[in-house]
Ligand binder design. Structure first.
Ligand SMILES: [Fe+2]
Length: 228
């Protein structure tokens, strides 16, 4: 992805979060210059837990078709005594028909919440022991109500509604066309994007960035290039 696109998507996300009256923590607003004034010790938790801005096209080359905009607000490191929180929280944005591609988590249970905007569509499948799609009926908790869904059947949730995705449950989601983008909340167990995402078709979770202008904000993929 081009840096200029990433910058633009972050600015559009800031506008949407403001419209929805969703407020981000202070480090969301740090500029690359602000980062240079920090020490490793001060920001170690942000870096170790991969908190912050995260934009991905899943390596598709077409962000509007396959992609997701994320900001990780809180998280921990699996099995780490230093950052042992058992929970994580993200705020995300899906554009109309912009798909977060089919995947499951082996460790993480996550509630995916429609926090505002349009309608959020899903397709779910159970997984087989060897990680393929299973065609059995899916039983999913929708805000505490056990609900049967046919494998691969599309359904959508409105503002305030959520579903609970348990380990091994394949899911893909997108903002339903005609209703506008969705601001999505995620409340979950600890998130590890390097080891706990199992996509049906292998893909690239973090984009390769083409630097065509200066960064407006650092994204998690930029943290490795920090001088500390
Ligand atoms: Fe997921």
């Amino acid at each position: 992805m081009k840096r200029s696109e990433i910058n633009r998507y972050i600015q559009e996300a800031e506008a949407l979060f403001a419209k929805q009256c969703f407020y981000l923590p202070p480090f969301a607003h740090w500029t690359p210059q602000d980062w240079k004034t920090k020490s490793r010790d001060e920001v170690d938790e942000i870096l170790a837990c991969n908190l912050g801005w995260d934009v991905t096209d899943f390596g598709s080359g077409d962000y509007k078709k396959a992609g997701l905009f994320l900001f990780t607000i809180r998280n921990a490191v699996l099995n780490s005594p230093k950052y042992p929180k058992p929970y994580a929280e993200k705020i995300m944005i899906s554009l109309e028909n912009q798909v977060t591609l089919m995947h499951y988590h082996a460790h993480k249970t996550e509630d995916i919440i429609n926090r505002g905007g349009g309608r959020l569509a899903f397709r779910l499948y159970n997984s087989t022991p060897d990680g393929k799609l299973d065609d059995s009926t899916v039983y999913v908790s929708r805000d505490g109500v056990k609900t049967a869904v046919q494998s691969g059947e599309m359904f959508s949730i409105g503002n305030g509604e959520s579903i609970t995705l348990t380990p091994g449950l394949y899911h893909e989601f997108w903002a339903l066309k005609g209703y506008g983008p969705v601001m999505i909340g995620e409340v979950s167990a600890v998130n590890d994007d390097h080891t706990d995402n199992f996509f049906l078709n292998p893909l690239q979770r973090f984009p390769t960035v083409e630097e065509d202008e200066d960064p407006y904000r650092l994204i998690v993929g930029d943290y490795n290039a920090l001088p500390f």
